[in-house]
Design a protein around this ligand. Structure first.
Ligand code: NAD
Length: 488
């Protein structure tokens, strides 16, 4: 049975009772899975049979009420309405995100929920501006292009930024006229379920957005292999990203865009504003779990001995503010699960066995839950697992460097290429290094802050294609060249 789940929050930062529907969301209705399966907490879990039903709903909606049947103006109006409704319920979304992911309530509200509102609103503005070109060829022909949607597509999302990532995909997908089957992470299904009710309230026709919760190896695999879904927009790990691409190659060659993992460098030069560098370097890796985490910190030798104690002090302060995501003043929460906790601790132990030194942290915080102390590790080199693989936890390594050339080479010595953070007061150097580092995003004197108008994506193993900005519109549309004969 499609049921409901109620959670009562009585916390210092949020009080209230939230009830969400826990079924599968298909054709604007809450339905039970075909095989009647539950549960993640008390959320229904679908199978490939439910995926088939959701795809059919998305196809019918595309054909009959969305896609070319619905004007861009109307699609934009609905997206604006959705953004306003998310804004109205921002506290509820933030509470669910904090409950689900362990993200600090205030961070969820400012970053994830605020970011989702801005993103949906940004793409609402694009919905009536999707246009092709007329192309002059010869007098005998009238030639032009059309930017057409794919039809029914997939949006597949990871646990750390479930709602934010869903908005990055729903915004451009719906603005350009696609219909969507959304698969949230099995670890964090709640915000998507809440969003479903607002999709109905905003007035989207049935079938435009469908949500099938379930496990990656089952629902995830079924949608990425589905023969009638035409595009998959995937965010998650590089390991699963490869499977998504392979599934597409083995089935219907659906267009694949991938937003994957990272191992981003944070580069701090001698002439950096030290206070700023410490603050952003900490934000960039220790406070939040993010794909763009600046987990490899390179510090130039002239300020190394000044930077280290300041960074350590900031980390001690952050450790004191590690705890309940709903606590007043909390700045750092837990890992999402025992599995992730064990994984992160495994990296730390492996680093120690290879001779790395724990400057601070490196252990469980408190006695309950999946809290890990913010951890700084020194005495590492770029051949170690710690510095090569994505850890996805509050753990950074620090490496000293001498010259700009050296740090560019070391910064690029990774299979990943998602982000880079550069701290210097020298504008020429900032631009030189930003140009030289192979990453889809580059931040100077700041870290990790995205904007709906600015493209985001990965170089190398960090992904394919771009999300956000005008650039993302290209990945949600296919271009048709039309030739009309004006002559004989
Ligand atoms: P994950 O790859 O384990 O899971 C992502 C999604 O894939 C989930 O919905 C999961 O159910 C699904 N999945 C799992 N196996 C599948 C399969 N065989 N076929 C199809 N789908 C399958 O990632 P995660 O652990 O949820 O999230 C952490 C990862 O996400 C990190 O690597 C992080 O860097 C990355 N991430 C990237 C971005 C970005 O924008 N580049 C943003 C946030 C997170």
């Amino acid at each position: 049975m499609a049921g409901t789940y109620t959670h009562k929050f009585d916390t210092p930062v949020y009080k209230g009772e939230i009830t969400i529907n826990t079924g599968l969301f298909i054709n604007n209705k809450w339905v039970a899975p075909v095989e009647g399966k539950t549960v993640i907490t008390s959320v229904s879990v679908g199978t490939s049979k439910d995926v088939d039903i959701a795809v059919k709903a998305a196809e019918e909606a595309y054909k009959n009420v969305w896609g070319l049947r619905c004007s861009g103006r109307e699609r934009g109006k609905l997206l604006y309405k959705l953004a306003t409704l998310i804004e109205r319920d921002a506290d509820e979304f933030s509470a669910l995100e904090a409950l689900d992911v362990g993200k600090v309530f205030a961070h969820a509200k400012a970053g994830d929920v605020g970011g989702a509102i801005n993103t949906i609103r940004y793409y609402a503005g694009w919905a009536d501006k999707i246009q092709g070109k007329t192309i002059e060829t010869t007098d005998a022909k009238f030639t032009y292009t059309r930017h057409e949607p794919y039809g029914a597509i997939v949006s597949e999302d990871p646990y750390p930024t479930q709602q934010f990532m869903a908005s990055w995909k729903l915004g451009p997908a719906l603005a350009t006229g696609n219909t969507v089957v959304l698969k949230p992470s099995e670890l964090t299904p709640l915000t998507a379920l809440k969003l479903a009710d607002l999709i109905v309230e905003a007035g989207f026709p049935p079938g435009v957005v469908n949500i099938v919760n379930g496990y990656g190896h089952e629902v995830g695999q079924a949608i990425t292999e589905h023969p009638r879904l035409r595009k998959v927009a995937f965010t998650g790990s590089t390991v699963v990203g490869r499977k998504v691409m392979k599934a597409s190659a083995d089935t219907n060659l659906k267009v694949v865009t991938l937003e994957l993992g990272g191992k981003s460098p944070t580069i701090i030069f001698d002439d950096a504003d030290l206070e700023k560098a410490v603050r952003w370097a900490s934000f960039g890796i220790l406070q939040r779990q993010a794909c763009t985490a600046g987990s490899r910190i390179f510090v130039q030798e002239g300020i190394y001995n000044n930077f280290l104690p300041l960074f350590q002090k900031a980390t001690e302060e952050l450790t004191e503010k590690t705890g309940d995501p709903f606590g007043v003043g909390t700045q750092h929460g837990p890992q999402v699960s025992q599995t992730q906790f064990d994984r992160v601790m495994g990296f730390i132990e492996h680093g120690k066995s290879e001779g790395a030194k724990i400057l601070i942290g490196g252990e469980r915080h408190g006695t309950e839950g999946y809290f890990i102390k913010p951890t700084i590790i020194t005495d590492v080199h770029l051949g170690m697992k710690l510095t090569r693989e994505e850890i996805f936890g509050p753990v950074c390594t620090i490496i000293k460097f001498k010259t700009e050339e050296e740090v560019i080479e070391k910064g690029n010595d990774t299979e990943y290429g998602l982000g880079s953070n550069i701290f210097t007061e020298n504008l020429n150097r900032a631009i030189r290094v930003s140009n030289a580092i192979q990453s889809g995003s580059s931040w100077v004197n700041i870290a990790q802050v995205t904007d709906p108008a600015v493209p985001f994506g990965g170089y190398k193993h960090s992904g394919i294609g771009r999300e956000l900005g005008e650039y993302a519109l290209d990945t949600y549309t296919q271009v048709k060249g039309v030739h009309i004969n004006l002559g004989p």
